[in-house]
Design a protein around this ligand. Sequence first.
Ligand code: CAA
Ligand code: FAD
Length: 379
Amino acid sequence: MLFQLSEEQLMIQQAARDFAQNELKPGVIERDEHQKFPAEQVKKLGELGFLGMMVSEKYNGSGLDALSYVLVMEELSKVDASASVVVSVNNSLVCYGLESYGSEFQKEKYLKPLASGQQIGAFCLSEPEAGSDATSQQTTAEDKGDYYLLNGTKNWITNGSTASTYLVIAQTHKELKHKGINAFIVEKGMEGFTVGPKENKLGIRGSDTHSLMFNDVKVPKENRIGEDGFGFKFAMKTLEGGRIGIAAQALGIATGAYELALEYSKQRKAFGKPISDHQAIAFKLADMATQIEAARLLVYKAAWLKDQGQSYTLAGSMAKLYASKVAMDVTVEAVQIHGGYGFVKEYHVERLMRDAKITQIYEGTSEIQKLVISRDILK
Ligand code: CAA
Ligand code: FAD
């Protein structure tokens, strides 16, 4: 077992760390406060090749491995999870889905601008009545010969108003249940496609979350991904990798909060000595560091399995389940270590605590990860 990053991985990690400090940190508090999408920063992330990291160079990607992607997610998330979720959705849901299952036409037309960061994508599975229970899709895609007629509503869509390309899951053959579901590429501006108002959220407030409405949208047949009825498998296979990205996001949020708490504890004095000299605080730090290290091992292992071409369903779900719990626990303790200062915005930890919560909800709640894990270990 080699617990060592390559020269290239270390360079990518450093580039992401520098970007987070120099480009994301300034303004992160204001963007959170005003729910401002980090548009300029996302453009620069595209220029750095961070929006199509694992896509082959043939389709304008960076041709890197999943571990490099995880390192970037971790570094960006230490500072700004609203920016890192754009990286996660674009890379591991949209680009991965298109490169793995799209036709040559779809890769040329849609994947190339997404992988180069010229455009942003969105992944649209959740609905008002179908979140965890994703097979209960109510959005319909009626087969009309050379096109599909799309009708329905998607909820909570990340990059909802900033995306140009949307991967939309919909039911075509209701009687076949999940085997009748399809996945489609929908373009912004298609007639009948409207974007609802931005959600006002607890965390990742800079992220652009919207509902989407489809009213008789004509989607050309060549925009269906894979064979008729492949849509649910498409969503599940794509989410397997997405969950590694969100696990890395959770790891980054936890690490960011821990590093701030560690530093603060050495500077803040109480009862004549740094608070880190009080064992109650030192032990909190010890627990936080240990939890983070365990989460990191799970996350890196899941990415490593993906890079080895081995199954990573179980590892990805375990990584997401555990890292998101660690993100919650560690950020709460980071606020505690900061005392009253932790409760105000300038010290960053309250935002990290609010941002941590979403990692237990999206891309499959913690309960759904337990369902996936328990089904796997019991089969
Ligand atoms: N790979 C391939 N196929 C899979 C699969 C996988 N990982 N998981 C399930 N399937 C297949 C099953 O084999 C089955 O097909 P067959 O009948 O042909 O064998 C079919 O899918 C249905 O599976 P189940 O019978 O297990 O269905 P279920 O309803 O009991 O459970 C579920 C399915 C795992 C709960 C699923 O609905 C799920 O993952 N829900 C969570 C949804 C989710 O993660 N949403 C995230 C939205 S995206 C997002 O959130 C992005 C963001 O925030 C940034
Ligand atoms: P529900 O499914 O209604 O769950 C409610 C509660 O019941 C949860 O605690 C859940 O774990 C529990 N529960 C449900 N079923 C079971 C069960 N069988 N066993 C045990 N417990 C269960 N979706 C997209 O498709 N694309 C996106 O880009 C996207 N971005 C998002 C961004 C944000 C900020 C948010 C908040 C959500 C986003 N989502 C997105 C949706 C997200 O994936 C769903 O919210 C999530 O899957 C849960 O679905 P739900 O909200 O309908 O909750």
